[in-house]
Design a protein around this ligand. Sequence first.
Ligand code: SAM
Length: 330
Amino acid sequence: MYDNYHRDINYLRVSITDRCNLRCRYCIPKEGLSLLGHDDILRYEEILRVVRVAVGLGVAKVRVTGGEPLVRRGVIPFMTALKLLPGIEDLSLTTNGVLLERYAADLRAAGVCRLNISLDSLNREKYHYITRGGSLADALRGIDAVFARGFAPIKINVVAMKGFNDDEILDFARLTLERPFQVRFIELMPVGHTGRDNIGKYLACEEIRGEIARNHPLLPVPGARDRMDGPARIYRIDGGVGEIGFIAAMSNHFCHRCNRLRLTADGHLRSCLFSDAEIDLKDPLRSGCSDDRIASLIREAIAKKPRKHKIRPEGNYLGECGKNMSAIGG
Ligand code: SAM
């Protein structure tokens, strides 16, 4: 499925819940969130139907996210059913890792082995602070559990924040010396109300890369982009077993290569993370629409995908992106 700018839209991100067991300061605004009601969330069978139709239109890559996907009841049977849908070449999950120790075996049995795990600090107090109460030990046990069970690739997502974890850049980078993780530094994005809450904390990937390169020989990984690594620029420290990725969504946006469509937890198609222009699928689904109708709504969303986002690193951009990340599905 090509959009108006010749981008092949083959990647669907599915948020299965807006609920989370953490309250990350850059994701959930300080005043909290009003959560969706049970009936506002797409049922699993509705999501599976949308994914099946999307696969028929050319989607080959699906990522399940949230909120925290592992807090939704029934997530394992759902992942199992997704994995069995013909045509999905790449199924992955984004999680904060806190429940991974409990779910590692079940996820593996469901056939899911590609994981992105969010981890913004290696320091117990700082982790507790940024997640508003989370336990670093739980997240680390989760990472150990999936590593021990042979999940691969394991990508560790670090949202880089000035004055918060800029002093941990080398610690994160050095994780890749001994473990085959891909540590990915993500630029802070002013999504929803959190943009206003986090002014002054943006840190460009180039600064992070520079700091690592001043301390370690950093080599670009050739051909990494062809391996479904998405927008990350991939490097490795000479001699290391893992990789380091940089996701410069703000300073060096990759809209010209964006192949994504999002399905929000409340059943809307969102063709750009930063644009609130969404297409409702929930009402049509619940009023008995045909698969053809779903397909035409998916095509409509793709046709409306903007050429590029206009978001700048700092400030309050609620005019363009008023939904918070936890509701969209990062
Ligand atoms: N709960 C899961 C997790 O923690 O990974 C999945 C949902 S979370 C919204 C998905 C990703 O979005 C995480 O890697 C998180 O760090 C990222 N994210 C959320 N808000 C962000 C922001 N304002 N800027 C950059 N990344 C953000």
